[in-house]
Design a protein around this ligand. Sequence first.
Ligand SMILES: *[C@@H]1O[C@H](CO)[C@@H](O)[C@H](O)[C@H]1NC(C)=O
Ligand SMILES: *[C@@H]1O[C@H](CO)[C@@H](O)[C@H](O)[C@H]1NC(C)=O
Length: 340
Amino acid sequence: MSDQSLVLVTGVTGFIGAHVAVSLITNGYRVRGTVRSMEKAEELVRLNPELKDKVDFVLVKDIIAPNAFKDVVKDCDYICHVASPFFFESVTDNKAQLLDPAHKGTISVLEASCNEPKVKRVVITSSTVAICDFNKHPFTGYTYTEKDWNPISYEEALTTKNGFSAYCASKKFAEIAARNFVKEKQPHFDMCTVNPALVVGPPIHPMSNMESLNTSDRLLWSLINGSKSQPSTQNIHVDVRDIAYAHVIAMEKPELSNDRMIVSQGPLVTNDVCKILRQKFPDLKEVISEPTDVPFNDKHFKVDNSYSKSFGLQYHSEKQTFIDTATKLWERAKQFALTH
Ligand SMILES: *[C@@H]1O[C@H](CO)[C@@H](O)[C@H](O)[C@H]1NC(C)=O
Ligand SMILES: *[C@@H]1O[C@H](CO)[C@@H](O)[C@H](O)[C@H]1NC(C)=O
């Protein structure tokens, strides 16, 4: 396993990408990471000194430019394509802002890999939004598996005024495009997708301030930043460190050739987050929101994570995830307060 294979990680200064790099290095791989600016690369290393001299950073300013990855994939044994737009507020052009970047970035990585004979597998970070039907009422009692697909059509994706639906569609159609590419071109490598639930976890990547949290951590942050807001929400979540290790599994397991793997820890219930954190940090009750009396609804849809477990993925406990995430969020906020 620790054969010092070289892995390209796209979007290495992002929330997930940074953890993927850490996980790969921990598991004995060499990492090359694409960044949009070298300042961000330096900031990532400053925040995570253990990455010093361990990641070879290369500049890819625009992942959808033609041949963006042509030279970057040279000598790589594996590719983890993590970079993809993640936002759904202020979407004005579904195609230009979400659908095209997700699709073109993925195809560009696959095309470049065709010219690098060393590449064995391309792992693509997809999402459970490519699997679950988020237009449906969440309390269906349904359990999704790797066999399911979000039914949204491309036409609907182009025209919907719902930014979240457009985001879901961008992941679905990028994943389908990747599968079709491999089926049609029959390249010398195969692919696999990792399909995570909402991602929470300690943010170790460069951010300009706490408001720039583009992730589900923003929801957690709103529960612990003193605003005392009480969004009573149920969803599905996974720890970013578990997704990171899922990428290693997706690279290494021959059985996962051209397959997809759900990674989800279980339900994310904001009331539980508040309860766990208020118990763990009794001195911070003034900062942490109070749980509401909205009861847990066990009819919320679920996703089946047994496939990932069959490959040895061990999930963090939700308690550990929430405590580690809150601790890191407070630490980052304190640093911003000191330096800005
Ligand atoms: C974060 O969200 C903003 C808009 O809200 C967007 O411009 C930016 O590209 C997003 N970042 C990522 C990594 O998707
Ligand atoms: C807490 O976080 C939420 C979500 O990011 C934000 O809207 C709100 O302004 C923040 N409040 C404080 C006091 O920082």
